[in-house]
Design a protein around this ligand. Structure first.
Ligand code: GLA
Length: 732
C-alpha cells in the first residue's frame, strides 16, 4: 500500500519506494503540507511537523489567534485573499464579484489504479508500474466550488502525479482566474532554482540560481510550451550536485501557456506552483460544470540531480509514453530536410532512400514541401493533398521506398495555414485574428483556430486521407510559429480568455483521434525544432525533435539540459552534414554519431553523397545503435560533466538498471595543447564486480572505476570523441 491515512491525526502519507510525501487536515480544516523527502515510517508522527507560529502581524480569522494565520502555513493547495499574501494556487471569482478562495477539507477516498484526465494527456498505471490514488475533496464555503485534489503514487518510479479538478456546486456560474496543478511547500533552507531556458536552436540550457526572497518564475504566454522556457523545474540544496544532495522536481504534463512560480516568503520557506499561465486564462464554470487542470509530476531525490532525472525518466518511459512505444526500439530514420530543403523530386528522394536502405537505415522521412504547391515557406499550409507534379503519386513513391526494404514517414504542420492556400480561400474565418488588429505572421504563416471543432474535423479528415492512402508508419508533427492574436468568433466576449487552453485541447484531441484511427502510427513531435518539448506532447509523440540545431557540439548542451527531465528515448537526434547548417562548424562524423546516439538516432543528410570511408563509419554507427539501444533507451543516465560550467569536454554514461553494463561517452569540443589525458569516475556500477572495457580489453573492478576512474585516451584534436562499453566479467 502506497497511501496510508491516519484517522487519529488526519495525516495522509504517500510512500514511493524511496520517498514520503505527507500532509494533514489541520484543526481548522485546512490541508497542511508536512514532509516531502526521504521515507518516514510513522505517519502519525508527521503531524508534529506542522508549524504553529505566533506572528501577531500576520492576519488571522476573526475569533482565532495569529497561530491560525494562513500567511505562514505550509498550505497544500494555497488559498487566495483570505489572509495569505503569498502565491495563490487558485483564484475563483463568484458571479457577485467575490474574489477569494478558501478551501477546507470535506472528504477523501483512496483507490488502486489511476483514472484518465478528460481531454488531457496524463500518466497511467500499468501492471508493471502500478499506481494508487488519493482524491481529496475541498470546498470553498462562499463560492460553493469544490476542488478535488488527486495524487497518484507511482511507487516504483518514485513519482507522484498530482492534478486538480474543479466542480461548481453553486446555482450560479463562477469564474476560474487561476487553477494551478500543484503547490509545493518546502521548509526554510538555502535552495537553488533550476530551470531550462533558451531560444530557437538553443533550447533547454540549464539555468541555476540561488532562490531569493520574492517570486521567481518561468513561463510561456505562447500557447505552446516554447523554446524559451520549459514547463518543469527543480529546487535543489545549494550544495547539491549531480551525485549528492537533496533535490525536488516538478514536471508539468501540458503543452500550452504555463507558469512555474516559486516564492520564497518572509520566513525563507518556499512555495512553488505550476500550471496553466493565469495571465491569459479565465474559465467560466456553469452550475454543475467541471474544469480539469493538467497533471504535474513530482519527485524527490536524496542523491542529487542524476537520481532526480532517473525518477522522471522512469515515469515518462513507463507510465506516460504510449505503451506500444515505451522501451520499444524506434526505426533509425533518414530525414530529407537538411539534404534537400524544398528542392526535391521523386528521383532525389529515391536516391536518398536507396543509399539509406543499402546502409541499413530503416525509414525514410519526407519532410516539408510534398503538398499543395509548396516549394518555399510562403504557401500551401493547410492544403494536405499531394503535390503530384513534384513527387508523383504518393502511394507509388511509398511503394518504391518500401520495396527498398525501408519504412516511410511524412511531415505535417497541422495547426498552420498559409494565406496562399486553398484552405485559406475556403475558410479565412478559421484563422486566429482579433477584430481590428493587424494580424501577426511568423515564417509567413498564420495559425488555425484549433479550439474550433470544425477545424479539428477538417484536419482529421485531411490527414487521415493521406495516412490511409499509402503505407505511412510515422508522422513528424511540426508547429513552426506560435499563435499571437488570441480571439475566437465562436466564444462570447467574456469567455475569450478560454481560447488558449481550448487551442491546446484541440491539438490534443486531433492527436487522440488520429492515434485512435491509426494505432500503430509513430508520431515525432516538433516545433521549429524543440519549441514544444514537454510531457504533454510525449503522451502522444514518444519522441520529439530536440532542436533544429543539429551541430554535435551545440547539442551537448541542448541534450544535457533536456535530459534533466526527459529520457534519451524521447530526444530526436540526428547525424547531419558538415559544415553544420546552423553553426558552420566541422565535426568528425564519428562524433556526430556519438552525440546522436544519446537520442533516438537517425540521419539528416544526403546519404547518397557519402564516400566509402564515410559509409563504413555509418555502418558502424548503426551497429552501435542496435547494440546499445537497450541500455540507452531503458538504462539510467549519469551526466559526468556539466557542459554549462565547462564546455571544453563532456562525458555522460548510461548504466543498465541492474548495473551489469555501462556505456561511457566522451566528447572533446576544445582541446588544449600539452594536456594530460583525463580520468572519468563512473557511476551506478556494482563495486565488487569486475567489468571489461569492450574497446580496450581492460578489466577493472566496479569500485576502481567508480572511485578512481577510467583513463581516457590522448586527445588528437578538437571534436574528437569516444564511447566505451563496459560489461560484467564475473558471474554473480
Ligand atoms: C521546422 C522543423 C524542421 C523542418 C522544417 C520544415 O523548422 O524543425 O526540422 O521540418 O520545419 O519546414
Amino acid at each position: 500500500m502506497s497511501i496510508i491515512y491516519y484517522p487519529d491525526h488526519q495525516v495522509f502519507k504517500l510512500d514511493t519506494n524511496q520517498t514520503t510525501y505527507a500532509f494533514r487536515v489541520d484543526e481548522y480544516g485546512y490541508l497542511e503540507q508536512l514532509h516531502f523527502g526521504g521515507r518516514i515510517s510513522d505517519g502519525a508522527e508527521a503531524a508534529a511537523l506542522g508549524f504553529r507560529l505566533f506572528r501577531s502581524f500576520c492576519p488571522y480569522p476573526d475569533g482565532g489567534t495569529p497561530l491560525l494565520s494562513r500567511d505562514h502555513m505550509a498550505q497544500e493547495y494555497s488559498t487566495h485573499a483570505v489572509g495569505d499574501y503569498r502565491t495563490a494556487a487558485a483564484i475563483v471569482r463568484t458571479a457577485d464579484g467575490v474574489n477569494s478562495t478558501d478551501l477546507k477539507y470535506v472528504s477523501h477516498r483512496i483507490y488502486s489504479g489511476k483514472k484518465p484526465l478528460p481531454g488531457l494527456p496524463a500518466s497511467f498505471a500499468t501492471p508493471e508500474s502500478p499506481a494508487e490514488t488519493l482524491e481529496i475533496v475541498l470546498i470553498d464555503a462562499v463560492s460553493q466550488v469544490e476542488f478535488i485534489l488527486s495524487y497518484s503514487v507511482f511507487a516504483c518510479c518514485d513519482v507522484i502525479a498530482r492534478s486538480v479538478r474543479v466542480v461548481n456546486r453553486s446555482p450560479r456560474p463562477v469564474y476560474l482566474e487561476k487553477v494551478m496543478s500543484c503547490c509545493l511547500a518546502l521548509p526554510n533552507r538555502p535552495l537553488d532554482l533550476i530551470t531550462l531556458d533558451g531560444s530557437y536552436a538553443r533550447e533547454r540550457h540549464v539555468t541555476r540560481a540561488a532562490l531569493r526572497q520574492g517570486t521567481q518564475s518561468v513561463g510561456s504566454r505562447r500557447t505552446s510550451s516554447s523554446h524559451q522556457h520549459n514547463p518543469a523545474f527543480m529546487l535543489a540544496d545549494r550544495t547539491a550536485t549531480e551525485e549528492s544532495g537533496e533535490a525536488w522536481g516538478v514536471c508539468l504534463v501540458y503543452s500550452g501557456s504555463f507558469l512555474c512560480e516559486v516564492e520564497l516568503d518572509q520566513f525563507n520557506r518556499s512555495r512553488s506552483c505550476a500550471g496553466i499561465h493565469p495571465e491569459d486564462f479565465e474559465w467560466e464554470l456553469p452550475p454543475g460544470g467541471e474544469f480539469q487542470a493538467p497533471e504535474a509530476l513530482l519527485a524527490y531525490s536524496d542523491g542529487g540531480l542524476s537520481k532526480l532525472s532517473h525518477h522522471f525518466h522512469d515515469v515518462l518511459r513507463r507510465n506516460l509514453c504510449r505503451r506500444q512505444w515505451s522501451g520499444r526500439k524506434r526505426p533509425v530514420l533518414v530525414n530529407n530536410w537538411e539534404a534537400t530543403y524544398f528542392d526535391f523530386n521523386a528521383e532525389k528522394l529515391l536516391n536518398i532512400a536507396a543509399a539509406a536502405a543499402e546502409l541499413g537505415i530503416e525509414m525514410m522521412v519526407l519532410d516539408d514541401g510534398w503538398f499543395g504547391k509548396r516549394d518555399d515557406d510562403r504557401s500551401s499550409l493547410g492544403d494536405w493533398f499531394v503535390n503530384a507534379a513534384k513527387i508523383g503519386e504518393l502511394g507509388e513513391l511509398v511503394g518504391r521506398i518500401n520495396a527498398l526494404g525501408i519504412k516511410f514517414g511524412l511531415w505535417f504542420e497541422p495547426e498552420m495555414i498559409s494565406e496562399n492556400s486553398e484552405l485559406f480561400r475556403l475558410h479565412p474565418e478559421w484563422v486566429l485574428t482579433a477584430p481590428g488588429r493587424v494580424r501577426s505572421l511568423g515564417r509567413h504563416q498564420l495559425v488555425l483556430n484549433m479550439a474550433e471543432p470544425a477545424v479539428v474535423d477538417y484536419l482529421f479528415a485531411a490527414i487521415s486521407r493521406i495516412l490511409a492512402s499509402a503505407n505511412i508508419e510515422y508522422v513528424k508533427w511540426d508547429m513552426n510559429r506560435q499563435p499571437a492574436e488570441m480571439y475566437s468568433p465562436s466564444l462570447p466576449p467574456e469567455r475569450q480568455k478560454e481560447l488558449g487552453h481550448r487551442y491546446v485541447l484541440g491539438v490534443y484531441e486531433l492527436h487522440r483521434r488520429l492515434l485512435e484511427a491509426f494505432p500503430e502510427l509513430l508520431i515525432e513531435g516538433c516545433s521549429g525544432g524543440g519549441g514544444r518539448f514537454d510531457a504533454g506532447m510525449l503522451y502522444y509523440a514518444p519522441q520529439i525533435w530536440t532542436s533544429d540545431n543539429t551541430d554535435a557540439i551545440e547539442r551537448l548542451k541542448i541534450q544535457a539540459g533536456t535530459s534533466l527531465f526527459y529520457p534519451a528515448s524521447s530526444l530526436g537526434a540526428h547525424v547531419s552534414a558538415c559544415p553544420n547548417h546552423q553553426t558552420g562548424r566541422m565535426t568528425p562524423l564519428e562524433t556526430r554519431g556519438n552525440v546522436a546516439l544519446a537520442g533516438t538516432f537517425g540521419y539528416e543528410m544526403d546519404l547518397a553523397t557519402l564516400n566509402e570511408a564515410e559509409r563504413e563509419i555509418v555502418r558502424r554507427q548503426l551497429d552501435d545503435f542496435h547494440r546499445f539501444h537497450p541500455i540507452i533507451a531503458n538504462g539510467d543516465l549519469y551526466r559526468l560533466t556539466d557542459p554549462f560550467g565547462n564546455c571544453d569536454y563532456t562525458a555522460w554514461e548510461f548504466v543498465s538498471k541492474d548495473g551489469s553494463e555501462a556505456l561511457l561517452f566522451y566528447v572533446v569540443a576544445h582541446h588544449y595543447a600539452h594536456e594530460e589525458p583525463r580520468l572519468f569516475r563512473l557511476r551506478g556500477l556494482q563495486p565488487e564486480r569486475r567489468y571489461r572495457v569492450v574497446e580496450s580489453g581492460l578489466v577493472l573492478y566496479g569500485d576502481t572505476l567508480m572511485n578512481a576512474g577510467l583513463p581516457m585516451p590522448e586527445v588528437p584534436g578538437d571534436g574528437a570523441s569516444w564511447h566505451f562499453q563496459l560489461k560484467l566479467v564475473d558471474k554473480a
